[in-house]
Structure formats: C-alpha cells, structure tokens
Write a protein that binds this ligand. Structure first.
Ligand code: CMC
Length: 428
C-alpha cells in the first residue's frame, strides 16, 4: 500500500502522506497542503477531519466498537469502578492496588469546597439551569486555586488540579441542585464511595438521612463509566481547543461543559425525556412523532436517535437498554415512558427513513429513563453526563498539553462582500 496520496491540481502533483493508526485506520496528512498548493480543505462540522493523534479511545462506528485505552467498554462497564476507569483514561493504565488506593484516597480528601462558594451559589436565581451553575462554578475554581492557572506547572501540580476537579464536581453538582430546590447544602462524607457520596449530598437532608440502595449506586457507576470518554466529540474538542491556547484545566473543562449542554450533544438526555413526556401527554401515539421526525418541513427530530460516528449501533446504548430493564425491575419502578421509548425504537428501526440514514438509538435514548428511576430530576441529567465525561475531558486536555499541540485555529472560505467604501449615515 502506498504511503502517500497524490493530489493533481493546476498541473502540479502534490503528495500527501498517509498516516496510519494502531488499529490500521488511515488518514491523509494535509498539514502542509496550503504551503504546497495555496489550498485549504473545507469540512463544516469536521465530519471528515482528524484534529489530533490520540492514544485514549478507539471507536469504530461501523462495527459498534468502543474501547478506552484498549479495554472494551462492555468489560469496563461490567467489572470496573468509575474511579478506576477515570485513572485508566487519565493516566493510561489500569491502576494497581496501591495506585488505586492512593487515587481514591486523594479524591475522597478533596471533596470539600471553599465555604465562599455558598456566596456564589446564592447569587444564582433558583430557576437557573444547573449546567450554567456548574460550569460557572468550575471556572470559579481558578479563583480559589490560582496555582492551577499555569498549565505548564509540574506534573504534581497538574495532578493536584485533576484530583481537585474530580473530587469537587459531585459536590458542586449536588449543591447546585440543593440550591435550586431551596434545601440546606449537604457536605461530603469520606466514608462513602464516589457515587454514594454524590447521591447522599443530593438526597439526604438534616431532617432525614439517606442510604443509597446498592442497585442505585451500581446503576449510577455503570452510567458514569459508559459516558466517561468518547474521543473527539463536540465538548472534548472544545476542551482541547480551549486548552490549546494554554488556558487552565478548569477553564477548559468549563468550556467543554457548555458545549455538552446543547440538545444535539449531552443535552439530548434531558430532551429525550421531555420528548417522551410530550408524546405521552399527546395520547402516546409514537407513529405521529415518527412522521414528524421524517417531515423535512418540521424541525422536530427524534431525540436520542442518530449519531455522528455510530452508523450501525451505539454499544453504550445496548448496555444501557438492558440496564434500564434491570434497574426498573429491581427498584420496582414502572415507567410508562419506557414503553413509549421501546415502541418508538421498534417502529423507527423498521422504518426506511431511519434505516437508510443509519439512525439508531444513541447513549442518551435510555439513560434518562434510568436517571429518572434513580430519582435524578430531569434538568440534572446533563449534569450527570458531565460528571461521567469529566475523566475524558481531563485525559484529553492532559494528552494535548503533553503532546505540545499547537493552538487550534481553523481557516475558512470567505463568502462576504468584496472591499467597499464606508457610506456616510446621510447616504444610507
Ligand atoms: N431524527 C430525524 N432525522 C434525523 C435525526 C433524528 N434524530 N438525526 C439525523 N437525522 C437525519 C438528518 O435530517 C439527515 O437527513 P437528510 O440526509 O435527509 O438531510 C440525516 O439523518 C443525517 O443527519 P445529520 O444531521 O447530517 O447527521 P450529523 O452527524 O450531523 O448529526 C446528530 C448527528 C447526533 C447531531 C443527529 O443525529 C441528531 O440531531 N440526533 C438527535 C440529538 C441526539 O440524540 N444527540 C445525542 C447524540 S449522542 C450523545 C453525545 O455523545 O453527544
């Protein structure tokens, strides 16, 4: 096989090197193309553009494969814990016993947040969307830990910033929720594990202690693992591009959270439940909404369906669909919107519109139904996604810094006016 491709342009032959990944996927290196030919490439939405070489996640959308650092997602979801997976993603290897103990202990002992955060929280109206609150509070960490501002500091300093962020995000998220519903803020407890501690801060009150059902903590652990990393998606690319200007870890991750918030990305899990509720309120006619999704004059899309890279099935969705049945069964929850979701999926998968476009349920189609069964309010679903995705954002930011990647700065093809003279107000 040739190790370059030829581009014939204006009587010239330009040789473009072929780059090969460890799973034999091939790419054309166009980094010198403009210098060689005056041409740039155009690819709105980066549908066909590799922005980096990364050793973190391998994904084959045609075969439905997802691996973190080589380990299949199915095995990690079945056998691992969230903190172990986070270590794997961020530091590149499964931790041994001592490493995992140290990592867990460090995170457990950094969960408190500065008391002045309460003043910041009080400044938000109670109806503020928690995604806006948590992304603001993550940026605010820079004010409390100014040493985190220098991303070129020592590996130990970077590790401390990472530990703080991993440890404090559940506290920040639970406090955003408590502030919204007007309940006293609950402090972290060091005797609880990562998920148990978060659930306790969410659901206990000074009047009533909360003890998480192991079914709930296990389901939450699995969901966080399934969301932990997904290579160069919208929010992760945002983290890398913001970090490429040498912005700090907290500033970069906060930007990623805002990218995640949109309904085409992580905001889809909230949008799916709102869609299923709307279908239920409208008489439960799934076919009516399928017809709307297919109608090009109707802006309605089937939320939780379709994916930029999965064109056969989303392996995370398979695991989550099974987990939804298990969790609802074990908790004795019967949710009519699960039946609507299954009917929608069945009809869509038999419909030529969805088949031809390779549109399948994605990770968000069933995750909201599980979150709902666990008692998580709908507007916190994307916050749960953010907690899950945090190791991915951190690992990708760290890799980008360690690779010494250049500042992200795409080009464009200009389509505006040619040069023209300023027109005085009296002549407009
Ligand atoms: N409902 C109806 N039609 C759809 C849908 C949908 N959910 N998704 C894509 N299509 C159609 C689209 O109209 C287009 O049709 P045509 O070729 O006739 O113009 C075709 O399928 C290709 O769609 P696209 O928008 O070009 O594909 P994309 O890769 O740019 O977008 C997507 C991917 C995920 C944004 C899109 O499928 C979508 O909007 N899905 C609903 C939102 C959603 O569930 N997002 C969560 C993604 S998974 C979580 C995450 O990691 O972000």
């Amino acid at each position: 096989m040739s190790d370059f491709a030829e581009l014939h342009y204006n009587g010239e032959i330009i040789k473009l090197p072929v780059v090969e990944g460890t799973e034999n996927e091939k790419a054309l290196d166009i980094s010198k193309l403009r210098g060689q030919s005056g041409l740039i490439t155009i690819d709105p939405g980066y549908k066909n553009t590799g922005s980096t070489r990364s050793a973190i996640t391998f994904l084959d959308g045609e075969k439905g494969i997802l691996r973190y650092r080589g380990y299949p997602i199915e095995q990690l979801a079945e056998k691992s814990t969230f903190l172990e997976v986070a270590y794997l993603i961020i530091f590149g290897k499964l931790p041994n016993k001592a490493e995992l103990e140290e990592w867990t202990d460090d995170i457990t002992h950094h969960t408190l947040i500065h008391e002045d955060f309460k003043v910041l929280l009080e400044g938000f109206p109670s109806n503020a969307h928690p995604m806006g609150v948590i992304s603001s509070l993550v940026t605010s960490l820079t004010a409390f830990y100014p040493e985190s501002l220098d991303p070129s500091s020592s590996p130990d300093e970077v590790r401390t910033s990472i530990v703080r962020l991993m440890a404090k995000l559940p506290t920040i998220a639970a406090w955003a929720y408590k502030n919204e519903i007007g309940q006293p803020l609950m402090y972290p407890k060091n005797n609880l594990d990562y998920c148990g501690n978060f659930l306790n801060m969410m659901f206990s009150t000074p009047a009533e202690p909360y003890s998480a059902d192991p079914v709930v903590t296990n389901a939450l652990t699995k969901l966080l693992i399934l969301h932990a990393e997904h290579e160069q998606n919208c929010s992760t690319s945002t983290v890398r591009i913001v970090g490429s200007s040498h912005a700090s870890l907290y500033a970069s991750v906060s930007a990623g959270m805002n990218a995640l918030w949109g309904p085409l990305h992580g905001g889809a899990n909230q949008a799916v439940i709102e869609m299923l509720e709307a279908i239920k309120a409208d008489g439960g006619d799934a076919d009516k909404y399928l017809a709307k999704a297919k109608d090009k004059n109707d802006p309605f899309r089937l939320m939780g369906f379709g994916h930029r890279v999965y064109k056969n099935f989303d392996p995370r969705a398979r695991i989550i669909k099974k987990a939804a049945d298990d969790v609802l069964g074990k908790l004795g929850v019967s949710d009519p919107i699960l039946d609507i979701a299954k009917k929608l999926e069945e009809s869509a998968l038999a419909d030529p519109y969805f088949v031809e476009r390779k549109l399948y349920p994605n990770v968000d189609f069933y995750s909201g139904i599980i979150y709902r069964a666990l008692g998580i309010p709908t507007n916190m679903f994307t916050v749960m996604f953010a907690m899950g995705r945090l190791p991915g954002w951190v690992g990708q930011w760290k890799e980008m810094r360690e690779n010494g990647e250049p500042i992200g700065r795409p080009r464009q093809v200009y389509t505006g006016e040619n040069e023209r003279n300023y027109v005085d107000m009296s002549n407009r």
